[in-house]
Design a protein around this ligand. Structure first.
Ligand code: COI
Length: 354
């Protein structure tokens, strides 16, 4: 593998106050960048001061949207140790997504080396207050310049870092969700299962309209406007009296890392977690019968985000009286406890920074 050339900044930035970081508002001093071309393979792997990327205006990312990203986190634990949460999951998912997007995926070794080196360079940026972390955004883009519609023969892989607090302005309080029936996020055979920038582009209009009506996010349905898919930036779980349900990965739902971890955690606790198709009609019927105890979203950025209210057609349904439920609270504590080293990690989810 190509060696990583390291150039550290001569002008380190002042760190932002950590009591109100929000999400994605600050970027650290450095970034990792590596390039791929069909004839050279991976080359010019570098840690360099954070800044603009030189790209040709004809690069395929600008015209045909060849862009794919990951979301992951590093934490500073109580004893000062810096750790990643399930980094292999993200490399594997990026490689699967790259195949769908006709981009070249960075091999495991390059992904991990770039990740460890850039986080080491910017370790002072990792906050340690509760509910904070270093959000990591590995990204792949098509960089070859041409205008015929075909896959780029050149890929750029970069990793940028952002110290973050809560994703939602509500913090860890319950959010209000709008069930979307006009716009679609993804369709079978499309890009819904991969973390393509295009999925987020297609979600913006609905999210904007929902926001104007006072909702934090939209609940996406399938093409028949029945099957529940996911919430804007999260997978979704429903807690009924007799089962906990999350929509099965059907090819248009993102295989979320936190979703995967929560399914494993619930199985480990012998709780009745079921991955299956669930329709909005079933959710509303069970709300009417008083059988829906809690609902929550899961995501790297959002962690566990309780859903306090669900809008469907002309009705707002309160869930658990609009309060955070018992299971959401417990899962939030457990997952963040493992991440912060306050609880044992029986699943081997934690990787220390080398
Ligand atoms: C994540 O949770 O990492 C995401 O990518 C969601 C969103 C911020 C795009």
């Amino acid at each position: 593998m190509t060696d990583i050339q390291i150039t550290l900044t001569k002008e380190p930035k002042a760190l932002p106050p950590t009591d109100n970081l929000g999400f994605g508002n600050y970027f650290t001093d450095h970034m990792f960048v590596a390039k791929y071309s069909e004839d050279k393979g991976w080359y010019e792997a570098k840690i360099l001061p954070y800044g603009p990327l030189p790209l040709d205006p004809g690069a395929s990312v600008f015209h045909y949207g060849q862009a794919l990203f990951e979301g992951m986190k590093a934490f500073r634990q109580a004893d000062g140790k810096i750790v990643f949460f399930r980094p292999e999951f993200n490399q594997v998912r990026m490689a699967q997504g790259a195949e769908r997007m006709c981009l070249e995926a960075p091999p495991m070794e390059l992904f991990m080396k770039g990740l460890h080196e850039v986080v080491k360079a910017d370790a002072r940026w990792i906050p340690n207050e509760p509910n904070t972390s270093l959000y990591i955004r590995p990204t792949l883009i098509g960089t070859e310049s041409f205008l015929g519609v075909r896959p780029s023969r050149e890929t750029m892989f970069f990793i940028m870092l952002s110290p973050v607090g809560s994703y939602y302005a509500e913090g860890v309080k319950p959010v209000k969700i709008w069930t979307e029936e006009k716009y679609l996020r993804a369709a079978p055979g499309g890009l819904g299962a991969v973390k393509a920038g295009a999925n987020y582009a297609s979600s913006l209009k609905a999210a904007l309209e929902a926001k104007k009506k006072g909702y934090a996010q939209v609940l996406w349905l399938d093409v028949e406007h029945q099957g529940i898919e996911e919430v804007g930036t999260m997978n979704v779980f429903f807690v009924f009296n007799n089962e906990i349900v999350t929509p099965a990965l059907n090819g248009s739902i993102l295989n979320g890392g936190t979703r995967d971890a929560i399914v494993e955690l619930l199985k480990h606790k012998n709780l009745p977690i079921v991955e299956r198709k669930i329709t909005i009609t079933e959710v509303v019927e069970r709300l009417q019968k008083g059988e829906l105890r809690e609902a929550f979203g899961t995501g790297t950025a959002a962690v566990i985000s309780p859903i306090g209210e669900l809008h469907y057609r002309d009705k707002d349904w309160k869930i658990n009286g609009g309060q955070t439920g018992e299971l959401s609270t417990q899962l939030y504590k457990e997952i963040t406890g493992i991440q912060r080293g306050e609880l044992p990690d029986p699943f081997n989810w934690i990787t220390p920074l080398k």
